[in-house]
Design a protein around this ligand. Sequence first.
Ligand SMILES: Cc1cc2nc3c(=O)[nH]c(=O)nc-3n(C[C@H](O)[C@H](O)[C@H](O)COP(=O)(O)OP(=O)(O)OC[C@H]3O[C@@H](n4cnc5c(N)ncnc54)[C@H](O)[C@@H]3O)c2cc1C
Length: 377
Amino acid sequence: MDFDVTIVGAGVVGLALAKRLSDSGRRLLVLDKEPGYGRGISSRNSEVIHAGIYYPEGSLKARLCVSGNALLYRFCERYRVPHRRCGKLIVATCEAEMAELERLDASARACGVHDLKWLTGAQVREREPSVRAVAALFSPSTGIVSAHGLMQKLYGQARKAGVLFSFETEAVGVQAEPCGSRLTVRYRDGREEAVTTRLLINAAGLFSDRMARLMGWETGDAALYWWKGEYAALDLSGGQLNTLVYPVPEPSNAGLGTHLTPSLDGTVRLGPNALYLPGKREDYRVDPDHLPAFHQAASRYLDGLTPSMLRPDMAGIRPKRQKPGDPVKDFLIHSDSQRGHVHLIGIESPGLTAALAISEEVGALVEGSYFLIPRST
Ligand SMILES: Cc1cc2nc3c(=O)[nH]c(=O)nc-3n(C[C@H](O)[C@H](O)[C@H](O)COP(=O)(O)OP(=O)(O)OC[C@H]3O[C@@H](n4cnc5c(N)ncnc54)[C@H](O)[C@@H]3O)c2cc1C
């Protein structure tokens, strides 16, 4: 089998790329080791459309989140993907947290987010009667999206454009060819087969560092560290929450803090926490012993929260490029034009928001490169 482009990974990033690169009659293959698309990180997250508030100025995360936010809303509106522009409150619960809110406001502006509004504690109460704060930043361009709905639409569009999907198909070896790569794939029944491809794109999520090594890119910079994020389901007993509510971010830089996320179906989740997984085991259980910490964290800004309102929900794993104590690292998008390889590594949050922007970025990077010329007819 011979392809122009092969994408390893059918998460939201691989699907967005497949749709973006599927024009012009290219032979395009997407493979995933799981039995369907979106079984990895893309279906285990907060489903928040981030505005781009938290990321360092000049970083890929900041740039691709801001442009991805606009692209994602446009895509959702055009193709009727379930979403809601519900807005977000970042709350300061004491005077000591005001400096951090001011820092966030300034850094958001520097990154091109100009719609944040300051609210007083009373204005927060008007918006969300059960939320307590001395002040808050309100982000009107933050929202929520159905990750499944988004992936379903991208998958359908890519298939319609002729992209071939192969599930239960794991990439297990890569060799250089004069005009691209020879990829060995293993099917669920253990059979192996070779695929040749001009361009090989590594969108393997949690395993993108391992995939990079298979592709011959050995660099410490691409190493991934796994951080689990558990969620608790919150029973508001008939009460409602319309807005996302976040505390000021954790000083550890591991997460954005235990936040309240209303989902499209009206349920509310609390989380995620941030637990470093040195053993890199794909374990999605939620430890009930962690519920008191959720209760404690959210009680700082949510009135009337009792431990009995919380129960274990779901968990996801973040592919971070930093371990505990390291400074925050950016997405890594690396193209090796000699080999015809592209790597997407460390695509943690805001990767769902940024997926369409990432696909534009990579499209522009590879379009017109030797490996995509001539196009197949
Ligand atoms: C707890 C948590 C909360 C988050 N919240 C948000 C949020 O609110 N908003 C936001 O914008 N982002 C959020 N994110 C980030 C977002 O979910 C991810 O950035 C995004 O889903 C990454 O998509 P992906 O396609 O890179 O990875 P994945 O969805 O994991 O896709 C990678 C695919 O590659 C496949 N694969 C791996 N190795 C191989 C191989 N060798 N052969 C074949 N297939 C392979 C896997 O099976 C997988 O399906 C969150 C993440 C987490 C963990």
